[in-house]
Design a protein around this ligand. Structure first.
Ligand code: NAG
Ligand code: NAG
Ligand code: NAG
Ligand code: NAG
Ligand code: NAG
Ligand code: NAG
Ligand code: NAG
Ligand code: NAG
Ligand code: NAG
Ligand code: NAG
Ligand code: NAG
Length: 671
């Protein structure tokens, strides 16, 4: 399974042009480029500036492109023990919801599985310093790489930096760097949280790096010693359940050996990261935040009831951290917080570090900060955090989200498999999770690219992974809750359920056996620790038809009705773009694919939902939408949002509304 040369060239061109755009956008103009949405394959138009920004990367890329057939083979031979196939073609098979069994290595998917190229940080120049829990120390082996022949002439110093509280309406991405640089030799203890290290040799700066630590902070009101259950949530952006099983087998096998419980019917409820994580963190839909705590995009998030606030009230220390945080949950075209929302926050470190020493930029993300991989730095920070909390017996709630590894590419998670495996193994081997509920999860599968135009790719996008690893003590003490969890692995579940689960974990008294005898099945979210009914439908669980994976569907021919339904999608898009004179009107080019869901009865008539994939002109955009029609009348109704399956890149630079960027094709691009 090799890239052909032409494919490879195309890929490089594409990577490079996007790099240019993004560097421009991340640094100069926060409105410019959409991130969490999709981008278009851009022709190589501005190749002179690209040479400046991309040439280093290009070479890094070439060197790493040594594809081995071995890689693919090993993937295909280890799929044997994937899961119990006894459900006769279904992963979930209940009256309310049937989700078909899908093979992660299905032949229709195999063509998209390619060995990813390993990022090359700083062109292969290793860091000069490393850190542990309390110190930074010189890596003597790196000295030759920096041409340092006389160690005594190496002058290094560090400066602390910290978050600066934003003004009203100001973005939450500011830090203050201390003016004083503290000189040191070889190694030094660090008591600050975030530092910049700067070394000069022969009067030239030869090294700049950043390090994060977990110093003890104010612990007044923190309930030490009363053995609260810690909660550690670790997320990996845009990884479907099946893609985890394809790309991160070592990690998966290890978690399964440790008896982690995997939810097989976890169905997303919104398009991208934000609408799938807000339900987890607040129990609310994105739209509901507006009335509850976040009136507009220009407001900070301080008034929202994030689940860590509950943990804080219950005497926990809290931490929150993302990489690629320029496009983070609360930061991408949003204002973040006024008051820091958690006791510890890695985002401020990450943002500053990426701006200062980010490198190996591909599509939306920096893969490296200095000589280190960014996703690994996040894992290292988590390890430091967990070790510190354990050492001092401080109860904690942690929410961490990694996007730099997996946000943009179906195959990249494979690069992180070994590191995630080692990360989990070390935590468990060192007995750091003996009193911790670990949740390892994603928000959705990959949302665009060729795989999304297959049926399985579409299903996978809607079915992210969730693993829960509970300590032995919990399993024994809350036996009924644990049994319920295991039953619920074969039920339809959602991010709202995960929210309820977190509420239960904040107060495990709620999980006493007597408290589990009755479960209100009418609630939108039901904790994984409570029995979820077999007849739960997408509607019961607040999953709109567009995202629902339960419905049986079949491919159909492109009939007159299908074409009319597709036209209604295009009209709908044009309607959304009304009032944006800078966007061209779209027309239906082709219906690429159509499926019809098994008709549902509503009252006395049948509902027909069509799932359509279509292309529009002049933008050559591929969209996916669910269109409903009934036996009663011939009108078409769009259910849920209209997804864009290919990249839009510069097509919509003339518009800032990030929902509409998916659809707008700027008129000035018309010939
Ligand atoms: C951290 O590194 C310093 C300097 O090398 C060393 O003295 C210290 O023992 C290390 N601490 C831990 C916890 O490993
Ligand atoms: C180190 O010295 C070599 C030989 O003079 C030179 O090619 C290389 O660029 C230098 N490296 C750095 C990091 O200055
Ligand atoms: C590093 O130190 C040099 C010399 O003190 C200074 O000129 C430079 O601005 C520093 N760089 C950073 C990023 O702090
Ligand atoms: C380093 O810079 C300082 C101040 O600019 C200067 O006085 C000194 O001579 C320089 N040293 C070397 C070795 O070039
Ligand atoms: C520590 O936190 C407590 C409770 O939040 C607060 O009352 C106290 O002023 C804080 N102490 C310091 C030194 O910040
Ligand atoms: C948050 O709540 C406070 C107090 O109710 C209010 O004054 C403030 O305007 C609210 N902020 C936002 C962004 O809603
Ligand atoms: C059940 O939950 C309530 C809180 O809703 C709690 O007070 C009680 O201790 C729990 N356990 C039992 C056995 O009722
Ligand atoms: C069950 O939940 C629904 C929806 O939240 C609520 O309206 C109803 O009152 C609840 N029933 C019971 C018995 O708590
Ligand atoms: C689902 O099953 C429960 C009992 O298991 C029953 O009470 C409820 O009415 C059923 N709901 C539907 C929609 O069939
Ligand atoms: C779809 O079209 C093909 C070829 O035109 C035809 O053989 C087939 O019967 C059609 N299927 C349906 C369900 O109409
Ligand atoms: C068609 O029927 C649906 C479902 O009853 C209804 O929501 C919609 O308003 C109807 N449309 C027209 C044009 O009557």
């Amino acid at each position: 399974m090799k890239f052909s040369m032409s494919e490879y060239k195309q890929k490089s061109k594409y990577t490079m042009s996007v790099i240019y755009l993004l560097q421009k956008d991340t640094r100069c103009n926060t409105n410019g480029m959409e991130v969490d949405e999709t981008k278009v394959r851009v022709p190589l138009l501005f190749w002179i500036p690209i040479l400046f920004c991309g040439v280093l990367l290009f070479f890094a890329d070439v060197l790493e492109h040594q594809f081995t057939i071995r890689f693919t083979k090993s993937l295909f031979t280890t799929s044997g023990s994937f899961e119990d196939r006894s459900l006769a073609g279904f992963t979930i098979s209940n009256p309310g919801c049937k989700i078909p069994y899908m093979d992660p290595f299905d032949e229709n998917i195999a063509q998209f599985i390619k060995p990813p190229s390993k990022p090359m940080c700083n062109n292969g120049k290793p860091p000069l310093f490393a850190s542990n829990l309390t110190s930074i120390f010189l890596l003597e082996t790196s000295l030759p790489k920096y041409n340092v022949s006389d160690e005594n002439e190496l002058k290094c110093c560090y400066k602390p930096f910290w978050r600066r509280e934003p003004e009203n309406g100001e973005s939450d991405n500011k830090v203050v760097v201390d003016s004083e640089c503290h000189a040191f030799q070889k190694n030094t203890d660090i008591t600050e949280e975030f530092i910049i290290v700067n070394c000069t040799y022969d009067n030239t700066t030869i090294y700049i790096d950043t390090f994060s630590f977990v110093p003890l902070k104010n612990t007044t009101g923190i309930g030490t010693g009363d053995k609260k259950l810690n909660v550690l949530l670790i997320g990996l952006d845009a990884v479907s359940r099946l893609n985890l099983h394809r790309q991160m087998l070592k990690t998966v096998n290890y978690l399964q050996e440790q008896e982690a419980v995997e939810l097989l019917g976890y169905n997303k409820v919104g398009d991208n990261t934000f609408p799938n994580l807000m339900p987890v963190l607040t129990g609310l839909f994105e739209e509901e935040l507006k009335s509850s705590c976040w009136p507009s995009l220009t407001d900070h998030f301080d008034n929202c009831s994030f689940v860590w606030k509950l943990f804080k009230e219950r005497g926990y220390l809290t931490v929150y951290g993302e990489d690629a945080s320029w496009m983070g949950l609360f930061n991408y075209q949003r204002k973040g917080f006024r008051k820091q929302t958690t006791d510890y926050a890695y985002n401020y470190f990450n943002r500053f570090s990426e701006e200062l020493i980010g490198n190996s930029h591909v599509m939306n993300v920096f893969q490296c900060e200095g000589g280190r991989l960014i996703y690994k730095d996040l894992l290292d920070y988590i390890s430091k955090f967990v070790a510190t909390m354990n050492e001092k017996s401080l109860p904690y709630f942690g929410f961490f989200w990694g996007a730099s590894l997996s946000h943009d590419n179906l195959n990249m998670p494979n690069i992180g498999d070994q590191d995630y495996y080692i990360f989990f193994k070390k935590l468990l081997d060192e007995k750091l999770l003996d009193n911790t509920a670990l949740i390892f999860m994603s928000d959705h599968g990959i949302r665009w690219g060729d795989i999304r135009q297959t049926f399985q790719g579409r299903m996978e996008e809607r079915l992210p992974f969730v693993y829960l690893l509970l300590p032995k003590s919990f399993r024994q003490k809350h036996f009924v809750a644990y049994e319920n969890l295991k039953v619920n692995t074969r039920r339809l579940t959602t991010p709202f359920d995960l929210h309820e689960t977190l509420l239960d974990l904040a107060n495990t008294d709620l999980l006493d056996e007597e408290n589990l005898t009755y479960t209100n099945q009418s609630r939108r979210g039901i904790s994984f620790f409570r029995r979820i009914d077999k007849n739960r439908t997408c509607e019961d669980a607040a999953i709109t038809s567009h995202w629902c994976t339960c419905q049986q569907s079949e491919q159909i021919n492109i009939t007159y009705t299908v074409t009319e339904a597709a036209r209604s999608v295009v009209s709908n898009i044009n309607y959304m773009l009304r009032g944006y004179a800078q966007c061209a009107e779209l027309a239906l080019d082709e219906v690429i694919n159509a499926r019809i869901m098994r008709p549902q009865m509503t009252g006395d008539y049948k509902i027909f939902d069509y799932m359509l994939t279509l292309r529009t002109s002049p933008n050559q955009a591929v969209f996916e939408a669910t269109v409903r029609t009934t036996e009663k009348n011939n009108s078409f109704e769009i259910i849920g949002s209209i997804s864009r399956l290919n990249l839009y890149g510069k097509q919509s630079l003339c518009i800032t509304d990030f929902h509409l960027k998916l659809y707008c094709y700027c008129k000035k691009l018309l010939p």
